[in-house]
Design a protein around this ligand. Structure first.
Ligand SMILES: [Fe+2]
Length: 338
């Protein structure tokens, strides 16, 4: 595999690849374990979902994506960028609005504290407001899905309701597991607004009956919401990324292979689908839609922390997501133990 030194490349983010699948330039990835850059995707080779998932995996573990300096002009002209659009080609202080927004998040907002407070007070207003502020800074030039995410947030994210809680927890959980490039956040926002649109085609009782009290027939019927959501998205003609569609389709897949519709397991599942699966499950549980009892999320996460079980409480979202959920409440757990 061809290797290059760090000085021979410039770093890009996944955002910079937009929704395009084939490029006239090579993609290199930095492997933090080997501390070297290797050729990962040759020019004119499709960036498949599987390859994209691997790059996300590398990025979550302090890896990087880069282009060789020799192909800089090919990259800039094909993707319609200038040097100033790529932070690694410019002075970091002069980066894009996304870079500035990221700095603001780190300095001004502690998600862990805010989430504990939101759960205790049963009020997600501040979290929802923070998400809206951040997403309002997304560029509208990068992809249709990112523009749509921004549009949905600006027009639907004005109140603390069930849907906005699912979107909000999915959004921040994606960031916590380092899937925080704008393309990933755009995909998780759009998919978490659309993931249950299929329920509009089922009897209303499916939206209010706790899943543990559903009989076999109703439970079977309930699973049809996946295919119906997929169908409505396709028929509506709404232009969203293939990954956003995949997140919708896979949000009930679980890493142990016991999910549905395709019993996928571990790394075969789109990571953001597990994010949406975990976030929506916890919001549904807290809203009484699993066992009929409205309850706070923090005690549910403490069950994960202790490795215990509770009827209806799903756990198979993958080690990385469970670890990050437990991190949400680690301060509170330490305080209680003291
Ligand atoms: Fe669902």
């Amino acid at each position: 595999m061809k290797e290059l030194n760090e000085s021979e490349l410039f770093e890009i983010s996944l955002d910079h690849l937009k929704d395009i699948d084939v490029f006239p330039f090579h993609l290199y990835v930095f492997n933090p374990n080997k501390k070297s850059y290797n050729l990962y995707l040759e020019a004119n080779t499709p960036l498949t979902d599987q390859k994209l998932t691997f790059i996300q995996y590398i990025l979550q573990r302090k890896g990087k994506v880069a282009i060789s300096n020799g192909q800089k002009q090919t990259f800039l002209s094909h993707m319609n960028y200038e040097d100033k659009d790529i932070p690694s080609l410019t002075c970091p202080q002069l980066g894009s609005s996304e870079v500035k927004a990221e700095a603001k998040i780190v300095i001004d907002f502690d998600f862990e504290d805010e989430f504990v407070s939101a759960d205790k007070e049963n009020d997600y207003s501040r979290l929802i407001s923070q998400m809206k502020t951040e997403v309002s800074g997304f560029s509208q030039k990068m992809s249709h899905t990112i523009s749509l995410a921004r549009y949905l947030i600006e027009n639907l994210c004005d109140e603390d309701n069930f849907t906005n809680r699912v979107v909000c927890l999915s959004y921040f959980l994606a960031k916590e597991i380092e899937l925080k490039d704008t393309a990933s956040l755009g995909d998780i926002i759009v998919s978490s607004y659309f993931y249950h649109i299929g329920f509009t085609q089922l009897d209303l009782k499916h939206c209010s009956t706790p899943s543990l009290t559903m009989g076999e027939r109703m439970g079977h019927e309930n699973k049809k919401h996946l295919g119906l959501s997929q169908h409505l998205i396709r028929k509506s003609g709404v232009d969203i990324s293939s990954r956003a569609k995949k997140i919708v389709n896979e949000h009930h897949e679980r890493v142990d292979g016991n999910g549905y519709p395709n019993h996928k397991s571990k790394y075969n599942i789109e990571p953001l689908a597990l994010v949406l699966g975990a976030a929506s499950h916890l919001i549904e549980f807290s809203s009484g839609l699993i066992d009929g009892n409205k309850q706070r999320i923090l005690p549910l996460i403490k069950i994960y922390e202790k490795g215990e079980r509770k009827p209806g409480l799903e756990t198979e979202f993958g080690e990385h997501i469970i670890e990050n959920l437990v991190n949400f409440v680690k301060k509170e757990i330490k305080t209680e133990a003291a």
